[in-house]
Design a protein around this ligand. Sequence first.
Ligand SMILES: [Mn+2]
Length: 317
Amino acid sequence: MLPPTPSPLWTLCRQMGVDYAVGGLPYDDPLNGDDAPWDYMPLLRMKQRYENAGFKLAVIEARPPYNNVKRGLPGRDAEIAGICTLIENMGRLRIPVWCYEWMTDFNWLRTSTSVPSRGGSVVTGYEHALMRDAPPSPLGPLSEEELWTNLEYFLRKVVPVAEKWNVKLAMHPDDPPLSPVRGVGRIMRSVDNYQRLIDLVPSPVNGVTLCQGNFTLMTDDLPSVIRHFGAQQKVFFVHFRDVRGTVENFVETWHDDGKTDLLACMRAYRDVGFEGVLRPDHVPTVEGEANDQPAYSVYGRLYAIGYIRGLREAVYA
Ligand SMILES: [Mn+2]
């Protein structure tokens, strides 16, 4: 994930041999005028920024506002129209994958961003027991069945646009993958529910962001899950990371220190012919870094990129 404002991380990634960028949305475009960040001209200029720095823009991993869509509230059709505009413009600009999610009211959730890890590095963690007395979402409770109904409504409108413009819709899991949280249901939290998503509106563009940190909390055998969705050509994008613990109590880890056999995962991607983009996702904050962007520090990412390149060479050599 390279935020669209150029930074030393851009240069470091080129130096690490990274060729593809996972981008955001151009909220920083100086010429936005009346354009929304998902309109054509800001997106075009953002793509040019990545390309002029040496990256091919492979994925957009940012979303226009769409909480009303997830909740099924008035205003949802206007939000869906914005998403359809984004997808059409991604198609016009040949940006092939959109990473979205179905987490309502709040996004990824941690109970700590300061868990001590190896050698004084710092990672994030989640302990569900600490959430038992958390206040409910101010927007009120929301059931899983309502989330499924609203998801189907969304997909019936968006999938035809994505098919027309050849943009893949890659659903990221709920993080953490459990339900409910603060009274709000979460449905993208199991292998069976992912299959239900795929079968809900069957289409070559309806698929998965295989965020390993979450999927490995849904199964004891992540490589077989990669094969399950890979065999259906549904793995569009990968977040390559790891955790230790259970869904109700876990910490993130260094790539070489988690509960998952990452070499076996890499073999599974090779075996299913995965040809998309894979990014490190969350990493530790290390010595010399402020923990002001937990899980997205710079130096931790450099280690992760080197580790992933090594695994890739081991598997594809
Ligand atoms: Mn992820």
